[in-house]
Structure formats: structure tokens, C-alpha cells
Design a protein around this ligand. Structure first.
Ligand code: PAF
Length: 289
């Protein structure tokens, strides 16, 4: 496995792979890797001749400076894990390498990027589109892998790729976005790099989020969307130390809120919960149908 720090070297490696008709899988990450990321890398290794994993804490997607500073950075351990998984290249650039000048591009794909996380973290998805589009243009991968824990992020990235496809970009036309299922701890907590920031007592209460989501699926069989939403929020807020920021039940494709279980073919519940005193923001989601 090779570690690459410059865009020029990255492009040279990719060009050599293409010259040899090799398919390329890209796994974009911000590091602090866990079994969730490992599942994406394993899948890419299985499905492509070569796998490139980017490890870059992207400053433009953080709307809170403290959150950016607190984000765990564990490149040495990340590289060890990636080597054991069979990744071929790690792209770990500096901020200056990725953004030699400020990125002033703006992306807008409503409602996917304006609802839920988009409403509570203004600018977040613009930053995600900035970095992910750059990575796509550097690597021009055949397939790119994203975890479904960030359910909304996948919808926004799909909209962005569709936009570039419409504009005639060859890399976008070829690219396949591959969503991968959430990986959970045994007690149900969705794996996240942020989990390492939880104090032991916060870690103990965090699994109540998934428990409430699962209970809500059973509850939904005999209740309306609104009743299901309220029940989920109340069950989580009843746990001391947890506070729901939002819970929405949405069309899984457009991310528009639904009011009836018949409103869409696929329906997803998406939640963000504050955990503990700092607090740590945890996100999760569940499929209703
Ligand atoms: O999901 C993440 O870790 C990040 O948003 C991503 C896609 C790597 C872009 O920085």
C-alpha cells in the first residue's frame, strides 16, 4: 500500500492504472476509521482492481470550528487498518494541497441538501460537495463507496453526480455510487468516528437511539407517521442525557417529509440526537419500507 500526499502523484497513479485497464474504487473518508469504513474498503477491494482511500478532514464541511478541531485524527492507525484490508493507495493530502485557493463553488440540490442536516448545519453539504467533487475529479473512479449512516449525504452526492452528468462530464457518467449498510456495535449504536468522543456514561445511553428507532418500526404498523414520529422523539428524550434535535420520516429518494405511509414507495426515518453534556451529535436512520 502506498501513501500519497499530492494531487499530482495521485493523478499519475490513477493514469497508470487506467493505462493498464484497471478499474478503480474510491472510498472517501475523514479518517478515524472503524469497522464501518472497513466494510466499504472490503467491498471496494472485492469489486475493483485497485482501491484508493482518501483520508482528509475536510474543513469546508464543518460549520462549527470547535467540531473541526475536536475531530479525531489517527492517520497512523488508519493506514495500518487499510493495509490489512488490502487497500492499494491512501490519499492523505494537506488542506493547502486540496484547497490551494478558497473553493468558492456553490452547490444547491434542494430539497436533498436543505432539509434535516442541511437545515441544522448550514453550508455542510456545500462543503461535502466541494470535497467529494474534487476527489471525483482527481480520481475519476469507476465506483465510490459511502456508508448509509450518512443517509442524506448519499442523496446529496447522487444529486451532484446527476448534475455533473447532465453537464456532460464523462467521469460523472461512468461513476457508480455504491451505498453500504450501517455497521452497528453489538448494542445497536451505529459506528461513527464521533463515538470515540463519548464519555463512558454517554456511551452507555447512546444505544437507546437505535432501540427507539427499532421500536418505532413495530409501532408504525398500527400508527400514523405523526404518531410514530412523536413516539420516537418521546422515547429518546425520556432518557436523561439524550435530546433529539430532529426526527423526520421522509421519502427515501427525495428526502421530502411524508405524512402517510402511502406517500412513497421507500420511507426512511432520519434522526439527530445530542448526547451528553458537551454534547456529541449522533445521527442514525432506519428504513420503514
Ligand atoms: O462521510 C464522510 O466522512 C465525509 O463527509 C466525506 C464523504 C469523506 C467527505 O469529507
Amino acid at each position: 500500500m502506498e501513501i500519497i500526499n499530492s494531487v499530482k502523484e495521485l493523478k499519475a497513479k490513477v493514469a497508470a492504472l487506467r493505462d493498464n485497464s484497471k478499474t478503480v474504487g474510491l472510498v472517501p473518508t475523514m479518517g478515524a476509521l472503524h469497522a464501518g469504513h472497513a466494510s466499504l474498503v472490503k467491498r471496494s477491494v472485492r469489486e475493483n482492481h485497485a482501491t484508493i482511500v482518501s483520508v482528509f478532514v475536510n474543513p469546508t464541511q464543518f460549520n462549527d470550528k470547535k467540531d473541526l478541531e475536536a475531530y479525531p485524527r489517527t492517520l497512523f492507525a488508519d493506514c495500518k487498518l487499510l493495509q490489512s484490508l488490502g487497500a492499494d493507495y491512501v490519499f492523505a493530502p494537506s488542506v493547502e494541497e486540496v484547497y490551494p485557493e478558497p473553493d468558492t463553488r456553490s452547490f444547491s440540490y434542494p430539497p436533498t441538501d436543505t432539509v434535516m442536516e442541511g437545515a441544522f448545519r448550514p453550508g455542510h453539504f456545500n462543503g461535502v460537495c466541494q470535497i467529494v467533487s474534487k476527489l471525483f475529479m482527481f480520481v475519476e473512479p469507476d465506483r465510490a463507496y459511502f456508508g448509509e449512516k450518512d443517509f442524506q449525504q448519499i442523496a446529496v452526492i447522487r444529486a451532484m453526480v446527476a448534475d455533473y452528468t447532465k453537464r456532460g462530464e464523462e467521469w460523472a457518467k461512468r461513476l457508480e455510487i455504491r451505498p453500504c449498510p450501517i455497521i452497528r456495535e453489538e448494542d445497536g449504536l451505529a459506528l461513527s468516528s464521533r463515538n470515540t468522543l463519548l464519555a463512558p456514561n454517554e456511551r452507555d445511553i447512546a444505544p437507546n437511539i437505535y432501540k427507539a428507532l427499532k421500536d418505532s418500526v413495530a409501532f408504525s404498523k398500527t400508527h400514523t407517521v405523526e404518531e410514530t414520529k412523536q413516539m420516537t422523539i418521546q422515547q429518546i428524550n425520556a432518557v436523561e442525557g439524550l435530546e433529539v434535535q430532529y426526527y423526520d420520516i421522509v421519502n427515501a429518494i427525495t428526502l421530502e417529509s411524508v405524512t402517510s405511509w402511502d406517500d412513497a414507495e421507500h420511507i426512511q426515518g432520519c434522526i439527530t440526537v445530542f448526547c451528553g453534556a458537551k454534547p456529541i451529535r449522533l445521527i442514525d436512520n432506519i428504513n420503514y419500507k
